[in-house]
Design a protein around this ligand. Structure first.
Ligand SMILES: Cc1ncc(COP(=O)(O)O)c(C=O)c1O
Length: 318
């Protein structure tokens, strides 16, 4: 047992999530598609992994000490995870977010006691300038005395927090992973989990996804979209193109339809970026064909999106 983590700690509930094989969505002649169910983490999102690692690595270095305030800008997933960990450890947290993101996430951060600063969006759309405005505000808060800025976008502890995920996947499957894929925001998950797989000898091809309406990596152009957490529209420092040379656009409509099919046909209740991950994985699985194994990630719980239109009855109509 880790001395810093006495038995019975809430933090032990982070990670070690199930990996399940899709039974109905893949076409008959396609590769097997496995999905890591990250909504089993305490806040219902894989971000618990990176928030824990950013906080505990900063503590270990002495950069974050008792009595300090943690600062971050976030769409609300990282913020919810940081808020849970700061509540548990007794740090104050100030987060900058926007009304472009799910109300559930803002309410979650507040429930954990975080101070939430909301930057107005352009009619609920996620645009590249919105991230710039959020980042500016977080940077100015980070100038205050006694604060620690987690700076997830460039923080290597973000990506390193996902290395256990890659090792878990390698241990959970009997055979090799042929391809590991997922959408990128900060790129922390994809890079970290890919490194975890490599550390277990995996030679899996790594493919990143982005919204087709914001094809920054695949076509060099940014654009508005409504897939929370991904498609930032600029070169994110954690993206390692040597590890992941291929980025594919995925239609947002396919992401939304796939999130609904995951719920209705597989019983997997996950959010929009999870739908995008699985939509992309299904396409690739069709190209690879039988006998191969594709792994992707259900990022977070569909519960975070219930007040939006992802699962509204109208959206479910064909
Ligand atoms: C809902 C959601 N999906 C996907 C991502 C992308 O994850 P990463 O930043 O590790 O690339 C994020 C990141 O904020 C997110 O909030």
């Amino acid at each position: 047992m880790d001395a810093a983590r006495p038995g019975g700690s809430l933090l032990e509930a982070i990670g070690s999530t199930p990996l399940v094989r899709l039974r109905k969505l893949p076409a008959p002649d396609s590769a097997a598609v496995w999905v890591k169910l990250e909504y089993f983490n305490p806040t219902g999102s894989y971000k618990d992994r990176m928030a824990l690692n950013m906080i505990e690595s900063a503590e270990a270095r002495g950069d974050l000490r008792p009595g300090m305030t943690v600062v971050e800008w976030t769409g609300g997933s990282t913020g919810s995870s940081l808020a849970m960990i700061c509540a548990f450890k007794g740090y104050r947290l100030k987060v900058v977010t926007s009304d472009a993101f799910a109300r559930e996430k803002i309410r979650t951060m507040q429930a954990f006691g975080a101070e939430v600063i909301i930057v107005p969006s352009d009619g609920g759309k996620i645009t590249p300038d919105l991230f710039g405005r959020m980042a500016e505000q977080a940077k100015s808060l980070a100038q205050e005395e006694n604060t620690f800025y987690t700076a997830q976008m460039g923080n290597p502890d973000n990506a390193a927090g996902y290395e256990p995920m890659g090792r878990e996947i390698a241990a959970q499957l009997d055979g090799p992973v042929d391809l590991f894929c997922g959408a990128v925001g900060s790129a922390g998950m994809l890079m970290g989990a890919a490194r975890g797989l490599r550390s277990r000898g995996s030679e899996a091809r790594i493919i990143a996804f982005e919204p087709a309406s914001a094809p920054f990596f695949s076509a060099g152009t940014a654009g508005p979209h409504r897939v929370e957490g991904i498609g930032l529209g600029y070169r994110v420092p954690l993206m390692d193109e040597a590890l992941c040379p291929e980025v594919r656009p995925v239609e947002e409509s396919a992401a939304r339809a796939t999130a609904r099919r995951l719920a209705g046909e597989e019983g997997i209740f996950a959010g929009t970026s999870s739908g995008l991950n699985v939509a992309g994985a299904l396409e690739i699985a069709g190209e690879l064909g039988p006998g191969k194994t594709v792994v992707t990630v259900a990022v977070d719980s569909g519960l975070k999106y219930l007040s939006g239109d992802l699962f509204s009855p109208e959206a479910a109509q064909p």
